[in-house]
Design a protein around this ligand. Structure first.
Ligand code: ATP
Ligand code: MG
Length: 442
């Protein structure tokens, strides 16, 4: 089967005519080593079979525009005014990205006007009363040591026309949006209004998703920090479970639609006996259901550790009430961890088995920590790629990493679907191998 057909074309504001101020940094003018060749592409496919399935000539193979510095850029740095905003939930690394953007813009491109818009998209709307702050090297010094975002964030819909009014009135040329899928939808709307008005404002996204659920991006920033932190909770749950007869440790981790954190945390410490994720529905009751399996396991081995992603088993929680939504219209999930805690306790009691169940939900402790060194490196490199793209007049795109290379991904593509654990893929296979749980509870 030929791989999916995708449009990888990135929108640009116009021809690049200005010599990049990075020239002194990027060695001799003869060398094209650091500059990106504007005709180069990062191939979408990376196996011989995938390429063969396209039955296409090399230049017809789909490829992403590579990230990195261009010899010629679109914006005159001394006249460029930049805005940065963070939206949606917290994720480790937000401050690293903000700092990376500011330092690259100021130190290497010589941009002097950078505004931090506060509290998400509210920061562009006068009635909320959050005036932007000036950002420079001093303002972002050391911010990467802390979790959260120095700019603040928010949810809730704002009028893209009013946002563009604000950008126009402040003569902003480049807007960086650091946020999740909702924020990227917002960024695309802003880029579309900019286009509709014939303005030359680049809108560049740095995608933030602690759940690692953005497609066409190998891994999202903050994800590694998140699952490393979740691993600590699994370790605690394991120690607790082993310390008592028939102990059960239950950990709920983040993952609304994608169970990557649950899978990676379970693989990282090898102590989990069950991993429940949204992508793999499970049966609770019956001889082959999860509860019976868990009981048998505890009887045989004396204890068990269960990891559940927050989006797992939502089908059990659809009670009579209509689904609630948050300010941004995202469906509020019911609490699978609390539900499982009750059902496991009831089930053991019904079968006359004593148990001691310890429930751990580390979500907020995970979201708010600073990025680990790996994610910090990744954040800074994403920020560099975002600045290079913006200065070269790209727009309506996010920076990503595909097959280990930094690339430009059109926003429309990045929000077109969700990256999920493939129940038939090798990651889930590794989880089954590690936990010993059945392929399906059915
Ligand atoms: P997280 O994944 O952490 O929830 P997010 O970016 O998806 O991050 P949201 O609260 O969904 O968080 O959205 C952030 C901002 O983007 C909000 O101000 C919201 O109104 C806006 N937004 C969400 N969806 C859209 C959309 N379809 N069009 C325009 N703006 C949107
Ligand atoms: Mg979201």
């Amino acid at each position: 089967m030929a791989p999916e057909s995708v449009d990888l074309t990135v929108r640009t504001l116009g021809d690049c005519r200005i010599a990049s101020p990075l020239a002194p940094l990027l060695a001799s003018t003869e060398s094209t080593e650091h500059y990106v060749d504007e005709n180069d592409r990062v191939l979408f496919d990376d196996t011989v079979n995938m390429i063969a399935a396209r039955k296409a000539k090399l230049d017809a193979l789909p490829g992403f525009e590579p990230g990195g510095p261009r010899r010629k850029i679109f914006f005159q740095p001394s006249k460029t005014r930049v805005g940065i905003v963070t939206c949606g939930g917290l994720c480790p690394g937000l401050n690293d990205v903000i700092r990376g953007l500011v330092l690259e813009l100021t130190s290497h491109y010589g941009v002097t006007k950078i505004y931090g818009f506060r509290n998400g998209y509210q920061g562009f709307i006068a009635k909320y009363g959050h005036p932007p702050i000036d950002l420079d090297a001093e303002a972002v010094s050391g911010v990467n040591e802390y979790g959260g975002t120095i700019l603040g964030t928010s949810r809730g819909s704002q009028d893209p026309y009013e946002i563009v009014d604000c950008l126009e009135s402040m003569s902003i040329n480049v807007l960086f949006v650091i946020g999740g899928d909702g924020s990227m939808r917002g960024a695309l709307t802003i880029a579309d209004v900019v286009k509709e008005r014939g303005l030359k404002i680049a809108v560049i996204g740095v995608p933030k998703t602690i759940d690692n659920d953005i497609p066409y991006i190998d891994q999202s920033f903050g994800f590694q920090t998140a699952f490393s932190k979740a691993t600590e909770s699994l370790r605690s749950a394991h120690v607790e479970a082993r310390a008592v007869p028939n102990g059960v440790g239950l950990v709920q981790v983040m993952g609304r639609h994608s169970g990557f954190i649950a899978c990676y945390a379970a693989l990282a410490n090898n102590d989990a006996d069950y991993v429940l994720i949204p992508e793999v529905p499970f049966q609770l009751d019956g001889e082959d259901g999860f509860l019976s399996h868990l009981r048998r396991r505890v009887r045989e081995r004396g204890h068990a550790v269960v990891v559940a992603a927050e989006g797992a088993g939502q089908e059990y929680l659809e009670s009579g009430e209509p689904g609630q939504v948050d300010q941004s219209g995202n469906r509020k999930l019911k609490d699978i961890g609390l539900f499982l805690r009750r059902r496991i306790a009831d089930d053991f009691a019904e079968h006359g088995m004593e148990t001691s169940l310890k429930y751990i939900d580390p979500s907020y402790a995970i979201r708010s920590v600073p990025a680990n060194p790996y994610d910090s490196v990744y954040c800074i490199r994403l920020a560099h790629a975002a600045v290079h793209a913006a200065m070269a007049g790209r727009t309506a795109m996010v920076v990503g990493r595909w097959r280990g290379r930094f690339v430009h991904v059109p926003i429309a593509l990045a929000i077109s679907k969700r990256h999920q654990v493939d129940p038939a893929g090798d990651l889930w296979m590794s989880v089954l191998e590690t936990t010993g749980q059945p392929r399906r509870f059915a």
